[in-house]
Design a protein around this ligand. Structure first.
Ligand SMILES: [Zn+2]
Length: 441
């Protein structure tokens, strides 16, 4: 049995389904087709929803009867690009087991969870012990922002029947401490270009008389946040922010991260915080602003005293629930307009939006899952939040308003999005056992 599961895992890892690379769209289709065939073999009814050239959304269902629960499971089959390739110790698209780790691009994020889902389902079919209806939602464009997810999900009327969603795209810090996430930050990303004229100019002849787009751009961007505290200074930015409840606070304070650990993990020389009392919550319950890239002017060797004609920056905000990307988009547009001198031309483009995710964890599905996790991993679950964003979790949560459990079995050293991505071998097999029990709850 295990060999069969590993073969399936190895086959899917070997398909280079990198959604960011349009040249590998063929591989995206190949991966979707591979998964479809496997689900058909296990007796599912499978639909592939697609729009133009976007990756197919796979929705598969196995109906046991109409009087039982319907459990929905989300995972994604697209992966991040493999570069920098020279930093991989093994071939990125060849599943390799080394020292208790299953290595390969996409093993942790998120093909491992997808294979665990299929394996657990297959085991229950084999044992004739599937007692609930299952609906699988396997996305192919998570790594590029889930742009079509909401539209495609609406095409399947049967999703309304789902009683509880499991979003399997997360992990736990250590192998003996299961984690269930009740909140994620949202995201909005922008690109801003300023143009002051048609050509670069002599800074001696024109300095003090014409606007320098880099000066204007950096001046504007530095007004967005207080460098000391990280506080965002755009008027109205914090107006709708939801505050954690007392119970959420209790949960959040259970897991601390001291500065020393953060420095080691991030390999940085120093840190700062928006929350002096609970610094480790800075990434979890506060929005943040970061410049992601900036370009303009002369950066070659030696001196070139010019006033450039244009400058460009990419920047993004992480958002907390009740803030919406649409609302923040408007605030940022107003702020930029107000802070650029008249006559300086600019274009501000929104590159991507993801809603923040929040779900209430006071329900019996969370209790059942917590109990299953305790039996398998030895401890009660930690209920926590993450600073990252998963568009699908937010979309499923606000569209269907059903209990949603965001969890997973990868460990802190799984290197998602980085070279040497891996899924811990022990956690991979234990996770399948946990999923079996979840499906048979
Ligand atoms: Zn993922």
């Amino acid at each position: 049995m295990n060999n069969q599961v590993l073969k399936l895992f190895s086959d899917i890892v070997s398909i280079q389904s990198v959604s960011a690379d349009s040249k590998r769209h063929k591989e995206i289709l190949e991966a979707a087709d591979f998964i479809k065939k496997e689900l058909l073999r296990l007796g599912c009814h499978v639909n592939l929803y697609q729009k133009e050239n976007c990756p197919p959304l796979i929705i598969a269902r196995k109906t046991v009867s109409s009087g039982v629960k319907t459990i929905g499971v989300y995972a994604h089959y697209d992966v991040q690009p493999e570069d920098p390739v020279d930093q991989w110790k093994t071939a990125p698209f060849k599943l390799t087991i080394n020292n208790g780790k299953i290595l390969g691009r996409g093993t942790a994020d998120d093909k491992g969870h997808l294979i665990q889902t299929i394996a657990a389902f297959g085991n229950l079919i084999d044992k004739n012990k599937l007692t609930n209806n299952l609906i699988f939602i396997f996305e192919g464009e998570e790594e590029v922002g889930s742009g079509n997810f909401e539209e495609l999900i609406k095409k399947d009327p049967l999703l309304k029947e789902i009683d509880v969603f499991y979003v399997m795209d997360f992990g736990m810090e250590t192998s003996d401490q299961p984690e269930i996430f009740f909140g994620l930050r949202g995201l909005i990303a922008f690109e801003l270009e300023l143009i002051t004229g048609k050509k670069d100019l002599h800074s001696g002849v024109y300095g003090n008389r014409v606007y320098n787009p880099i000066n204007v751009l950096t001046g504007l961007l530095s007004k967005i946040k207080d460098q000391e505290t990280g506080k965002i200074l755009i008027p109205g930015f914090y107006n709708s922010l939801r505050k954690p409840t007392k119970k959420e606070w209790e949960n959040l304070l259970k897991k601390k991260q001291v500065d020393k650990e953060l420095k080691k993990e991030a390999e940085v020389f120093t840190t700062f915080t928006v929350d002096k009392k609970y610094p480790w919550l800075s990434t979890k319950i506060y929005p943040s602003f970061d410049l992601n890239g900036i370009i303009g002017g002369y950066v070659g060797e030696g001196v070139k005293t010019i006033i450039p004609a244009s400058a460009r920056a990419k920047f993004s905000f992480r958002l907390i629930e009740n803030q919406t990307p649409d609302n923040v988009e408007k605030l940022v547009n107003d702020f930029v307009k107000k802070n650029i001198p008249g006559g300086v031309r600019f274009s501000l483009k929104t590159l991507g939006k993801l809603e923040p995710f929040y779900t209430n964890i006071d329900n019996r599905y969370v209790e059942i899952t917590d109990k299953i996790f305790k039996d398998i991993f030895g401890r009660e679950s930690l209920f926590t939040r993450s600073g990252g964003s998963i568009g699908a979790a937010a979309t499923l949560s606000y569209m269907f308003k059903k209990p949603l459990i965001l969890t997973g079995f990868t460990l802190a050293d799984c290197n998602i999005h980085s070279p040497n991505e891996n899924f811990d071998e022990g956690m991979f097999w234990k996770g399948i056992v946990a999923m079996e029990r979840i499906f048979a709850q």
